[in-house]
Design a protein around this ligand. Structure first.
Ligand code: NAD
Length: 498
């Protein structure tokens, strides 16, 4: 079994202690092992990032961008291998893996505009004979901690932009599917990144805690579950670091009586069951306004869910692969048992799905619940599996109130043909990303990504313009070059320009 290494100071470093197994979730077999970095290994990565910082932060942004251009080309040239590794360890279909890589590459493209993004702001004659400008400086060594569900895209939300802004970086990817993440980082190295600018330490809580504890780490970007996001945010900010910590979700789709139902059904199929529901933007609740909508929606969804093509994520042409681990599959199945026990109506039951030739894989078929109420665990908690819950509401007002009461506020959407309803929804809903007839309103790379409420801890969203702000410190310089001494008396009152 091969061992997945760390990347420290430009070199692949063999693990020195604990390891953990990485599975192919389609076959259920352990296919690799990954090193779990000790505190000392993480400190070595931080030291490499710190040593690389002075030269990198002073390199002209246009030169830094040149490395990003070459990185983008290498990502495109190596797409097949990256996709293969994502599918093999995560289980998602190759088409879906290719999609996540493309969205990641868009972030590299955005970061390539570093010279434009870092131009700063200038005011000539901010006061009499006084010029003032603000420019944006690197924060220092930045750490990124990422989840299993997007092993390529989520790290690419972070380090290309952080590095373009002049920072150096230590990435701690998910230990469940680390191979594609490491390959992508090594391509950045191959593109000409100096050693130490990007380091990858594989690991678990010990590695994360070493990053939080280090005074040399000035900022942390985290994406993962809410309990860990909250822990990293509170521990990091307590030590004076900048932290943006994106957490879990429970994304609702409102289906109005005037919605184009065929469109809503197709959109919900992809949004609820794509990637087995293991997406932070997955729709997991459909709020139907009126019983007639709920009955019609369920009648159209049910046969499509039963007909979902489920198989090994390494094959093309499938709708869903397996869940990421046996433990996660069992956890999702446990939620389904819980929903039945709580009195929800299980309209489609995917618990007994078997995939020929992959009997040991971590599979679960698509599930659909009706008559779900806000008091049930399957409504309150993030399931992160192929399970859609239908909740019935009497009006748009009731639907909005329901969504606003939920602890999470990542994404949401409305299906309607009524512009007034759509506008009201956009105004009143408490979520960071809103779709109108768009089920997965994931912002493009030149906007920023983030939720509200317990879906994000911190002030700035990920990537895009907020990412530039997060990865830079503003410095404002005020300058005066008088031709001769014009002011020969001391001023004791606060100067004003009247
Ligand atoms: P996770 O929270 O278990 O793990 C995320 C990272 O934190 C991993 O690198 C992991 O090693 C580390 N970690 C895990 N437990 C830790 C602990 N106790 N202390 C310190 N570090 C720890 O999340 P996951 O299961 O990998 O990913 C799924 C979750 O991520 C879901 O909740 C999903 O909604 C969320 N997610 C959110 C977004 C978003 O943008 N809001 C995007 C993708 C995924």
């Amino acid at each position: 079994m091969t061992t997945i290494t760390h990347l420290i100071n430009g070199e692949m470093r063999a693990p020195d202690g604990r390891t953990s197994r990485v599975f192919n979730p389609a076959t259920g077999e352990a296919i690799r092992q990954v090193g779990l970095a000790s505190t000392a290994t993480v400190q070595a990565a931080i030291a490499a990032a710190k040593a690389a910082l002075p030269a990198w932060r002073n390199l002209p942004p246009a030169k830094r961008a040149q490395v990003l251009f070459r990185f983008k080309q290498l990502l495109e040239a190596n797409e097949q291998e990256i996709v293969r590794l994502i599918s093999e360890e995560h289980g998602k279909t190759p088409e879906d893996a290719a999609g996540e890589l493309k969205r990641g590459i868009e972030n590299v493209e955005y970061a390539s505009a570093a010279p434009e993004l870092l131009k700063g702001e200038y005011s000539r004659n901010a006061g009499p004979d006084i010029d003032s400008w603000s420019d944006f400086h690197a924060v220092g060594v930045v750490a990124g901690i990422t989840p299993f569900n997007f092993p390529a895209m989520v790290p690419l939300w972070m380090y290309p932009l952080a590095i373009a802004c002049g920072n150096t970086f230590v990435l701690k990817p998910s230990e469940r599917d680390p191979s594609s993440t490491l390959l992508i980082a090594s391509l950045f190295q191959q593109a000409g990144l100096p050693p130490g600018v990007l380091n990858v330490v594989n690991g678990d809580k010990e590695a994360v805690d070493a990053l939080i504890d280090s005074p040399d780490v000035k900022a942390i970007s985290f994406v993962g579950s809410t309990p860990v996001a909250e822990y990293i945010y509170s521990e990091g900010t307590r030590r004076g670091k900048r932290v943006q910590a994106l957490g879990g979700a429970k994304n609702h789709a409102v289906v109005m009586p005037d919605a184009d139902l065929d469109n809503a059904v197709s959109a919900l199929m992809g949004a609820a069951y794509g990637s087995c529901g293991e997406r932070c933007m997955a729709i997991s609740v459909a709020v139907c306004v009126g019983d007639a909508v709920a009955d019609a929606l369920i009648a159209r969804l049910s046969p499509k869910i039963t007909a979902l093509k489920v198989g090994a994520g390494t094959q093309c042409g499938l709708d869903m692969g397996p869940l990421v681990t046996a433990a996660h599959r069992d956890k999702v199945a446990g939620y389904i048992d819980d929903g039945v026990a709580a009195g929800a109506k299980l309209v489609v039951d995917g618990r007994n799905l078997r995939v020929d030739g992959y009997e040991n894989g971590f599979f679960l078929g698509g599930c659909l619940f009706d008559r779900v109420t806000p008091a049930m665990r399957i409504y309150k908690e993030e399931i992160f599996g192929p399970v859609l819950c239908v909740v019935r509401a009497a009006s748009l007002e009731e639907a909005i109130a329901l969504i606003n009461q939920h602890e999470y506020g990542n994404g949401t959407c409305i299906f309607t043909r009524d512009g007034e309803a759509a506008r009201r929804f956009g105004n009143e809903i408490e979520a960071g990303m809103v779709g109108v007839n768009v089920p997965l309103p994931v912002p493009v790379a030149f906007h920023s990504f983030g939720g509200w409420k317990r879906s994000l801890f911190g002030d700035l969203h990920a990537y895009g313009p907020d990412g530039v702000r997060f990865y830079t410190r503003r410095k404002t310089i005020t300058q005066r070059w008088p031709a001769r001494q014009t002011q020969d008396v001391a001023q004791f009152a606060f100067p004003s320009h009247q």
